[in-house]
Design a protein around this ligand. Structure first.
Ligand SMILES: Nc1ncnc2c1ncn2[C@@H]1O[C@H](COP(=O)(O)OP(=O)(O)OP(=O)(O)O)[C@@H](O)[C@H]1O
Ligand SMILES: [Mg+2]
Length: 229
């Protein structure tokens, strides 16, 4: 199976001296195409930090990370510009802060993610509407983010993370603001993308009910990955 991402002894230390925090302590993880993995662990255990490293948003302190078999951090690390492109083209982020663009309506917030990687407007809009419909927020397409509920904004953020067809999806508590049924729908969508399109998916969650049918479940504590099942 083709490898999407691999972390080897990845370490992230914030601050220095007395304020030093080891947020990630020698984490090891491998994800293949079509695999869905969950990351569980208490607050402060390093889950978001690991996703931020995987998403090339936070630079690790040491260790190596490769994406699609190419080393991103490590001895032969990449340049920042390449990382930005990699992020935009290959990755889909669903983060805790949704970061929707306040002056664009819902449809344009989603469309722009596809247009940024060169998809024509018409095709981008079609894909965006399909996702918004599946996620039950299509009726808000012409509204602005500020007028939506937290759960609606979360679903829009999910549509935006998926519209450009990423090969790696990183999701931080993607169902936190959703009711059980809508949460389940989001998980089904992520699993389908893995099974049908070979996307690699990593989901951070507190919700153990969500991880049913996942290929692997990692448990984190104090920045370390304790075990996987
Ligand atoms: N930018 C930062 N500067 C300093 N310390 C940080 C920073 N970001 C995170 N930390 C610290 O690193 C540790 C891991 O944080 P992280 O956000 O990865 O945890 P988490 O598992 O995602 O927690 P939660 O479940 O609450 O979201 C915590 O001790 C946190 O206080
Ligand atoms: Mg977090």
């Amino acid at each position: 199976m083709t490898e999407v991402v691999r972390l080897e002894n990845l370490r992230k230390v914030y601050g220095s001296g007395e304020t030093e925090v080891v947020a990630l302590a020698d984490a090891n993880l491998t994800l293949h195409e079509g695999e869905v993995s969950a990351v569980l662990g208490p607050s402060g255990s390093g889950k978001t930090t690991m996703l931020m490293c995987l998403g090339c948003i936070t630079e690790p302190t040491s260790g190596t990370m490769s994406i699609g078999g190419e080393e991103v951090y490590g001895d032969g690390g990449w340049k920042r510009r390449d990382l930005r492109r990699l992020r935009r083209e290959k990755m889909g982020f669903i983060f805790q802060a949704h970061n929707l663009i306040p002056f664009l309506n819902i449809l344009d917030n989603v469309v722009i993610a596809a247009e940024l990687v060169g998809t024509p407007r018409k095709e981008s809009a079609k894909k965006a509407m399909e996702l918004l419909e599946y996620l039950e927020v299509a009726h808000r397409a012409d509204k602005f983010p500020a007028t939506l509920s937290g759960g609606e904004r979360q679903r829009v953020a999910i549509a935006r993370a998926l519209v450009h067809g990423p090969s790696l999806i990183l999701a931080d508590e993607p169902t936190a603001a959703l009711d059980t049924d809508r949460g389940r729908k989001v998980v089904t969508l992520l699993k389908d993308l893995a099974r049908k399109r070979g996307v690699g998916v990593i989901v951070v969650t507190h919700d153990v009910r969500m991880v049913e049918g996942f290929d692997s479940v990692y448990h984190m504590k104090d920045g370390a990955i304790l075990d996987s099942e």
